[in-house]
Design a protein around this ligand. Structure first.
Ligand SMILES: Cc1ncc(C[n+]2csc(CCOP(=O)(O)OP(=O)(O)O)c2C)c(N)n1
Ligand SMILES: [Mg+2]
Length: 324
């Protein structure tokens, strides 16, 4: 199959990766200043997975992601201002400020949810694919999930069912090498989790998760297969979590050499090297400046937005106004 992205699509992926990185950087700064509630899970280094995968799908295709989903939110076309507003609990956020950074969703862009329950997006996307099959339409569902989530029982049950019923679902395993502080080789007896696909009667493949073009091609091929009724695919995107598990991670379990090696293969560097040959440095620079400005504006606007008003009834009313 020949589903390579066009130059226009490559540039749009580059823009969204730069925007996601800036979002993560600003969030990191605000966490240090104590301006967020609770820790956040940053996706620095993994942008090519969410952005590349969503670029290969249609708006009406459904995607479920994880607790580390900012690249997927922007990748699927959500408005950065409303994403930031949700992270900061504002009324203008996608879920009226009730969801927070792990639980954003938006039916219009087909982003049917991040999820704080590890592995929970896998059966959700499988069920969505089942409804698409029953409705007889040509949409696909995609679950993006981590290497830790791949070890859950529900992952096995979902893939088994999808293989049996040839559901139009794409399982995109975002293997960032760690589940919390546990390395993947301590979690699993096999190095390449994609080989499990054979046991579910579906194709399995490994892609370079730091190369947005490679992720795009693999997901576009899988979507084509699913739309013509040939069932699910398991794609394992090998990548790396550059900023630790969460903003409260004390570190110490990832070696400096390992981090340095992956920093050299930063997805934005990979995409810059490809695109500089095609469009030149000036054009890329303009795209980066505009993307960063868009994110700064999103923060400026969202943080000025109002908090939701709650009416508290019953016994909790006694605590209304208590500081947290
Ligand atoms: C069902 C469930 N079990 C445990 C947790 C606690 N937990 C949160 S993230 C995480 C690790 C997830 O690892 P992985 O799937 O590889 O995702 P990553 O954080 O690497 O993106 C765990 C165990 C949880 N949120 N939900
Ligand atoms: Mg992981």
């Amino acid at each position: 199959m020949n589903n390579a992205p066009s130059v226009k699509e490559q540039l749009e992926m580059h823009r969204k990766m730069v925007a996601t990185r800036r979002l993560e950087e600003i969030l990191g700064e605000l966490v240090k200043e104590g301006k967020t509630r609770g820790p956040l899970h940053r996706c620095d280094g993994q942008e090519a997975v969410g952005v590349g995968a969503c670029a290969a799908l249609r708006t009406d295709d459904y995607v479920c992601t994880t607790h580390r989903g900012h690249h997927v939110y922007l990748g699927k076309g959500m408005d950065p201002r409303r994403v930031v507003a949700e992270i900061f609990g504002r009324e203008t956020g996608y879920c009226g400020g009730r969801g927070g950074h792990m639980l954003l969703g938006d039916a219009k862009t087909g982003m049917l949810g991040g999820n704080a329950i590890v592995g929970a997006g896998i059966p959700a996307a499988t069920g969505m694919a089942m409804s698409m099959q029953l409705l007889g339409d040509d949409r696909v569902a995609m679950a993006i999930f981590g290497d830790g989530a791949a070890q859950t029982g529900i992952c096995h049950e979902s893939m088994n069912m999808a293989g049996l019923w040839r559901l139009p679902v794409i399982y995109l395993l975002e293997n960032n090498q760690y589940g919390l502080t546990v390395r993947q080789d301590v979690q699993s007896p096999v190095a390449d989790l994609s080989i499990r696909a054979q046991g579910y009667g579906m194709p399995g493949e490994i892609v370079d998760g730091n190369d947005a073009d490679a992720v795009f091609r693999a997901v576009a091929d899988a979507a084509e297969r699913a739309r013509r009724g040939d069932g699910p695919t398991l794609i394992e995107a090998k990548t790396y979590r550059l900023e630790g598990f969460s903003t409260s991670d004390m570190g110490g379990y990832q070696s400096d050499e390992e981090i340095a090696l992956w920093r050299e293969r930063d997805p934005i560097t990979v995409s810059t090297i490809t695109l500089i040959e095609i469009v030149g440095a000036d054009k890329l620079n303009q795209i980066a400046v505009a993307a960063k400005e868009e994110i700064q504006t999103a923060f400026d606007m969202a943080l000025a937005d109002p908090l939701p008003q709650f009416e508290i009834h019953g016994p909790s009313a006694a605590y209304a106004g208590a500081t947290q």
